[in-house]
Design a protein around this ligand. Structure first.
Ligand code: KIV
Length: 285
């Protein structure tokens, strides 16, 4: 099954945009999933701080640390050497100052082999964005529903539904682009706002998560698309295969077979020769 492909680069991604070919992007947090995403030819992989919820079982992304992120990003890089790999800056890894932001962005590059980082926020984060980009690190913005600010935004809900807030999203996108962002993720923004942002983007491209088809690419949370997050399934996520159900059925079958003494069978374990076994018994005597 193993295939190799060329390393995904920024020129390759901008080339896709120029030719109107949608960019594919998924979240990923571990080695085996990264391996499959590499084989499937996913362009961009986000090691999202959503791993706090999907992998670590927290109720939000806020408890996630830089060390958590680095450990998972390293595993993903081992599984996918060629995707454009983005490390998601966790809560308080960039908000305190430009210097904090640059140092933590640098950790993703130096310790995990990432190609870029992502941070949440608009004009108020433009100085962090500029500092990181000036340090030579490609940086992606994130507008709309920004989970690290869910409390201030009134929960996990669509953003920019009224003209005033929609205008702010357009202004924030402009500020991030001017600060050097190569891409901006729009999460849970109305489709026509996403289209406007995409049409106005000159030097960056726009990725949609639940914001409609008129962006330059699409992102889904891997756990949502395979039924692997037990707490809820957001409306925007299409389930492409119910792996959660397959795994649960397998686990129930395992419990039943061990309980019923049907597992293991002879080809599930190893034997010792009669000769060696007889000698062992004599040694024990
Ligand atoms: O952490 C993450 O996976 C994200 C997505 C919600 C876009 O930032």
């Amino acid at each position: 099954m193993s295939q190799t492909r060329k390393k995904v680069t920024l020129p390759y991604l901008f080339d896709k945009v120029a030719h109107g070919e949608p960019i594919t992007m998924l979240t990923c947090y571990d080695y085996p999933t990264a391996y499959f995403q590499e084989q499937a030819g996913i362009d961009m992989i986000l090691v999202g701080d959503s791993l706090g919820m999907t992998m670590l079982g927290y109720d939000s992304t806020l408890p996630v640390t830089m060390d958590d992120m680095i450990r998972h990003a390293q595993a993903v890089r081992r599984g996918s050497p060629n995707a454009w790999l983005i490390g998601d800056m966790p809560y308080m890894s960039y908000q305190p100052s430009v210097e904090t932001a640059i140092r933590n962005a640098g950790r993703f590059m130096a310790e995990a082999g990432c190609d870029a980082i992502k941070l949440e926020g608009g004009a108020e984060m433009a100085d962090r964005m500029r500092g990181i980009v000036n340090a030579g690190i490609p940086a992606m913005g994130h507008l709309g529903l920004t989970p690290q600010s869910a409390s201030a935004l009134g929960g996990f809900r669509v953003q920019g539904r009224d003209a005033r807030r929609a205008k702010k999203i357009l202004e924030d996108a402009r500020a991030l682009e001017e600060a050097g962002a190569y891409a901006i993720l729009l999460e849970m923004v109305p489709d026509r706002i996403c289209r406007l942002v995409s049409e106005r983007a000159k030097n960056c491209f726009i990725i949609s998560l639940g914001s409609g088809p008129d962006a330059h690419g699409q992102l889904l949370i891997y756990h949502d698309m395979f039924g692997l997050y037990p707490k809820f399934k957001p409306r925007m996520a299409k389930v492409f295969g119910n792996a959660g159900e397959v795994i649960l059925n397998g686990l129930k079958q395992y419990v039943a077979e061990v309980s019923g003494k049907q597992f293991p069978q002879a080809d599930n374990y190893f034997s010792i020769s009669d000769e060696e076994y007889t000698e062992l018994l004599s040694l024990l005597d």
